[in-house]
Write a protein that binds this ligand. Sequence first.
Ligand code: NAP
Length: 548
Amino acid sequence: MLSSSSLRCRAPSLLPNPNPNPNPNPNPNPSILLLRPQGRRCRCRCRCRRFAPPVLAMDAAQPFDFESRASDLLERQSKLKIAIVGFGNFGQFLARTFARQGHTLLAHSRSDHSAAAASVGAAFFRDPHDLCECHPDVVLLATSILSAERVLRSLPLQRLRRSTLFVDVLSVKEFPKNLFLQLLPPHFDILCTHPMFGPESAKDGWAGLPFVYDKVRLADADDSLVRCANFLDIFSREGCRMVEMSCGEHDESAAEIQFLTHTVGRVLAKLDLKSTPINTKGYEMLLKLVENTCSDSFDLYNGLFMYNKNSTELLERLDVAFDSQKKELFGRLHDRLRKQLFESSQNLTGSSHPESLSFSKMLSSSSLRCRAPSLLPNPNPNPNPNPNPNPSILLLRPQGRRCRCRCRCRRFAPPVLAMDAAQPFDFESRASDLLERQSKLKIAIVGFGNFGQFLARTFARQGHTLLAHSRSDHSAAAASVGAAFFRDPHDLCECHPDVVLLATSILSADRVLRSLPLQRLRRSTLFVDVLSVKEFPKNLFLQLLQEN
Ligand code: NAP
């Protein structure tokens, strides 16, 4: 027994498959292999269209071919006759790869999937008796979890060879393991598996994707071991990450990995989320999650819940976590802030200073600053510019002298160009140079935390002058991007930034804005916020900032 099958057992991992044949004529018995006449039908008289290979008259005369013929033989011996029971979405998905690897395929299902079967070269059987009489090496159960028991009970097991290997691919594992152990006679081998991917998530191949398996019961015979190894090899050949783990362990982890994912996807689907022009990457991932999880049947999802005891506990944990998250949020939305939020927006609606008026004034005084960066391309961004927003001063200051505002922002006036008047032809390039420098801003970032620092890196790279102020001491982070850090907001405002960028937390925005000595700023200062909500800072600005 060892001699006839030990080679098969090791063959797949030892020998690469240089030219997988989509329509192989495998024969696991090497002694018969060389005796049958060419093209004659397999003796099992099944409909699986398996032909015996030809007699090669030259075999004996070609002793030097031995190695390549032996490897060819081993390759053919690794091919299995696989009966897929449950030929739905996932069964067909697996079949495509099995067929490509050259295995002989039989299929059986409740519905008529004969066309889909034919498309991958599988023989389709309406009657499970016909299927079992074909003596598959492997019976692969790929029905829904919910129907698995009924389908298994409907199979005429007595018609199968006694050494058949039963495999399942159900997404829960304790349940089919117990079902197999309970319903299958002891001479059948049992392998419980879960390819942790599907037609959607593995449409570009199976490489690197996890394949979980548990050798629940294998006879201590070479045939059994070889068959099982050959089946597992289908997945390792595709590059799957093979993970041997017990069915119990699988179900514990799968509740979180799989049931949680599907639940979140299906809950989000109920929100009917739409793609918007301001999608973030995170949001795109949520949309993808909805698409992936909802493309599986509800039966599958229901099976994950009903047949994995860990799922119930997980659903409860999810409920508790959601409640606690809500409590945390609502707890922080204390009365004062809530009152402020809603009252301020009401006041503004009836205000004598319509938003449109304030905004247009603000826009008019700062329109150049707002538009300059987008109108003017920046052909050669200067990491150490000496910007000055006032063109009249720009041409009068001596080179390298400190900015007259005596601030700590280390802003220097640009050089006086003595040749200006004498070089009329330079006008265009100098004008564009001037505009480029005018597009540089002195930006005061108020709230120099995570996001403020993140923005600062790009502002600095684009050559803007940066000032920073924050509750905590971020002077080191500020220095690393060339920004001047101010503990005292009075010092910051006295530097007369062109832009005050509010990057505090949403919750502290009101307090921080009120703490700024606005009277020290130039009247035409532009206030910008980057808060992740928008109505609130708009109302806050309109309420607290003077019109100019
Ligand atoms: P599914 O809805 O879980 O199962 C569909 C299959 O179950 C079809 O073959 C269907 O047969 C059969 N079936 C359903 N109800 C039946 C009944 N009352 N009687 C007889 N057969 C019945 O969807 P699936 O995606 O194809 O999944 C098949 C199995 O693979 C499931 O156990 C699933 O957990 C597992 N799995 C799926 C994925 C995946 O990504 N989809 C990944 C890993 C594992 P007919 O089509 O003939 O009606």
